[in-house]
Design a protein around this ligand. Structure first.
Ligand code: ASP
Ligand code: MG
Length: 424
């Protein structure tokens, strides 16, 4: 059987007709190379935002099923246009909406999860050599309504389709040419990674490296779908146009299982996120049950607490407790805590949004000691104060004042030997 390939193109890659033709050229190249191809596309850049705005303007509180009917519409346009562009180039193709496949989801409209992809009809058609052009971001809920997967959801659609089709690889074409050791906008010496493990990519994605939707990486890890992140703006044909066999597309970054990564560095990347805010409770009683009384109500309000630090109490009676929550939930978190003031018992509540969480990520940490120490020493040498620290098996994170973001990320990038010496 010929190798099956899933290709996914984001909104900027299909932003206008010229770009859609460019996408069609990429697809044609893979078809001519002998692949069976399914293409998953997002809506044309800006479209989904516009649709979301309209639903909000129509009514601040609206039926989530109708929200999905509206915001899923962008992908219907892009799949039709891409199918036409392919046909124009002599490539057999047809469009597929989520319900036509079908891609079955749960009923969490607006943030639905894929339950199953029935690849039977799809497989039949691509076996016959027809390119399947699939609308990302959408599926059909148990009650037969259109459901969307949450913003950025086409990445997840692509991975789910790749898993269902047993594809050899899922190529995610985007406006960057791969995954970098850190944000190239603040560190010019950032290097493109040839390979990164699912687990590291998951940390990078959830820490704000916006290349892939976090959920798509989770799904890829579970189903062992190899993801190749690459640029759709590299010329699909070689400069001389010497034919399909010699077409050049940069290889990008492969997201794969760690067993595929031979030369694993201890640290693979430095991530940072400004999406967290700090809350400090002053003079909380130092006795059993207090943490439960604080974090219980926050959990009930579905607020995710990330980092936590509790100081030693000097008098054995009262202590300060600091933790972080998503900035978007800060106001809610403060009111939840204030409402529980009597049961918790504290003197004062302080909050701070002027913070950044900087993380060092690498699966090599499991087998190497001293990674955290190097981080602390590097930041100490720069005179940067660490407000909160948290660690996991493959990550060390610190919360610092936002004004030191660039200084900290650059210093750490050098300290772990990640600088690309060839770069400026
Ligand atoms: N069009 C959807 C969005 O803008 C899905 C996607 O682009 O992945 O969120
Ligand atoms: Mg995207």
């Amino acid at each position: 059987m010929m190798a099956r390939l899933v290709m996914k193109f984001g909104g900027t890659s299909v932003a206008d007709l010229d770009r859609i033709r460019n996408v069609a050229t990429h697809v044609k190249r893979e078809v001519e190379a002998g692949h069976q191809v399914a293409v998953v596309v997002s809506a044309m850049a800006g479209t989904t935002n516009q649709l979301v705005t309209w639903t909000k303007e129509a009514a601040a509180l609206h039926d989530a099923r109708e929200y999905d009917a509206v915001v899923s519409a962008g992908e219907q346009i892009s799949v039709g246009l891409l199918a036409i562009a392919l046909q124009e180039m002599g490539v057999s193709a047809r469009s597929w909406l989520g319900w036509q496949i079908p891609i079955l989801t749960d009923d969490a409209h607006g943030a639905a999860r894929i339950a199953d992809v029935d690849a039977a009809k799809l497989g039949e058609r691509i076996d016959q050599g027809q390119v399947a052009v699939i609308a990302g971001f959408q599926g059909i809920s148990p009650d037969g309504r259109i459901a969307t997967l949450g913003r950025g959801g086409s990445d997840t659609s692509a991975v789910a389709v790749a898993a269902a089709l047993n594809a050899e690889r899922c190529d995610i074409y985007t406006d960057v040419d791969g995954v970098y050791t850190t944000d190239p906008r603040i560190v010019s010496k950032a290097k493109k990674l040839d390979k990164i493990s699912y687990e590291e990519m998951l940390e990078m994605a959830s820490l704000g490296a916006k290349v892939l939707q976090t959920r798509s990486v989770e799904l890829a890890m579970v189903h062992n779908v190899r993801l190749q992140v690459r640029s759709s703006f590299d010329a699909p044909d070689s400069p001389q146009g010497t034919g399909s066999g010699s077409s050049y597309v940069g290889p990008g970054t492969l997201v794969c299982g760690e067993e595929e990564i031979v030369e694993q560095e201890v640290v693979s990347g430095i991530a940072y996120t400004k999406d967290e805010a700090k809350i400090t409770l002053i003079k909380v009683a130092d006795q059993p049950g207090v943490a439960a009384r604080i974090f219980g109500p926050l959990a009930d309000a579905a607020i995710n607490v990330d980092m936590i630090v509790q100081n030693v109490s000097e008098d054995g009676e009262r202590t300060d407790l600091t933790f972080t929550v998503p900035v978007a939930d800060l106001e809610r978190a403060v009111s939840v805590i204030e409402a529980a003031c009597d049961t918790i018992g504290y003197e004062q509540i302080l909050s701070d949004t002027d913070v950044v969480k900087v993380s060092v990520i690498g699966i090599g940490m499991r087998s190497h000691a001293g990674v955290a120490q190097k981080m602390f020493q590097t930041l100490a040498d720069k005179g940067i104060n660490l407000q909160v620290i948290s660690t996991s098996e493959i990550k060390v994170s610190v919360l610092i004042s936002a004004e030191y973001t660039e200084l900290a990320v650059r210093a750490l990038h050098s300290a772990y030997g990640l600088d690309d010496e060839a770069a400026a």
